[in-house]
Design a protein. Structure first.
Length: 191
């Protein structure tokens, strides 16, 4: 089983309901088991040109799951969940009903899984620049590490947290059990 960190975001429609429905749909995917999740946070929309306070604000969250799916199969399943929520892809970093990104992957032994294909790059190449990913990830997994970059807690401290916590329950019920032991000398492997 691979442990996957998935970031969820939405800035159109009923954002909170969409994130909760998407988390439930991810948890119900074949060969996927929910592990932990964050509370929702809210942030200013990030566009290709930078932050845009005129755009609808984003709701973001993170879920951690164990899966027997390959990284590409997981991505395909996440795209189907996005499509079911009316996701369109005309404008890069444009407004969206739902955005699901694979942020990081870890093997059962704690080795970070590295992926670099035409459709998927893991770890996510900009996760360390985004408080709206780091803050909920830290909430879902206080011991999280972004492969090749560092501890999520340290990254968020250095970046600064400009998100606002939303007063809603975590997306998954149950205890947080997200972190796996990390090998001391591992740099990752490509599946």
């Amino acid at each position: 089983m691979i442990r996957a960190v998935v970031a969820l975001g939405a800035n159109l429609g009923d954002r909170g309901s969409t994130l909760r429905a998407a988390a439930a749909e991810i948890a119900a995917l074949p060969d996927v088991e929910p592990v932990s999740s964050s509370h929702e946070v809210e942030s200013v929309a990030l566009t290709v040109d930078g932050l845009d306070t005129d755009k609808p604000r984003y709701r973001n969250a993170v879920v951690v799951v164990d899966t027997a799916l390959t990284p590409e199969q997981l991505l395909d399943a996440l795209h189907r969940v996005e499509d079911a929520h009316g996701r369109t892809r005309e404008v890069r970093w444009g407004d969206r009903t739902l955005d699901l990104d694979v942020v990081a992957l870890t093997d059962a032994d704690g080795t970070h899984v590295l992926v670099d294909t035409a459709t998927l790059t893991v770890p996510h190449p900009r996760a360390h620049e985004r408080a709206f990913v780091l803050a909920p990830w830290l909430d879902a997994d206080p011991d999280a590490t972004l492969p090749g970059v560092g501890r999520v807690a340290d990254l968020l401290t250095a970046l600064g947290d400009d998100t606002e916590r939303v007063d809603e329950p975590r997306l998954f019920d149950g205890p947080t059990r997200a972190s796996r032991p990390s090998p001391t000398s591992s740099t990752g492997r490509t599946p």
